[in-house]
Ligand binder design. Structure first.
Ligand code: HEC
Length: 117
């Protein structure tokens, strides 16, 4: 009787702790605009993008303005993001362009930009 009860307790314990493990994955509340590159329009951009996913996903990209425009267009087209009005679009693009421009991959010191001669 006793060992079986113990086994049940262990299994129940594992089931109960599983959600705690799942919580280490992203939830929007874990991030705040202050964690990201300072700049005009940061808060607007943060809140425009984190309605759906973490801002880290955005901040880990390094894109040209045109690529950021494509990226936002893709959010609208494919993921039903409500289109930004002209003023907000400008604010968001200005911020993204200034804060997250194209860059060499982190940790690859031997990386050479093939477009730079
Ligand atoms: C309406 C929902 C929504 C909004 C708002 C939104 N996105 Fe996304 N975005 C998604 C989804 C869904 C994915 C793909 C799933 C994932 O990777 O989480 C994604 C993925 C991405 C990716 C990764 C794409 C890739 O190729 O890996 C980038 C970059 C991105 N979004 C940028 C932005 C930026 C910048 C904003 C704010 C201006 C934004 N998103 C706002 C839904 C949204």
């Amino acid at each position: 009787m006793m060992p079986r009860l113990l086994a049940l307790t262990v299994v129940a314990g594992m089931l109960l702790t599983t959600p705690a493990i799942a919580q280490t994955t992203f939830t929007p509340r874990e991030e705040s605009p202050e964690e990201f590159a300072a700049g005009k329009g940061r808060d607007e951009t943060f809140y425009a993008c984190t309605a759906c996913h973490g801002f880290r996903l955005v901040a880990q990209q390094g894109l040209t303005r045109a690529q950021w425009e494509d990226s936002i267009a893709l959010m609208v087209r494919r993921h039903n993001m409500p289109p930004l009005d002209d003023k907000n679009r400008e604010t968001v693009l200005n911020y993204l362009e200034a804060a997250y421009p194209p860059r060499a991959p982190v940790g690859r010191r031997d990386w050479v930009n093939p477009f730079a001669k």
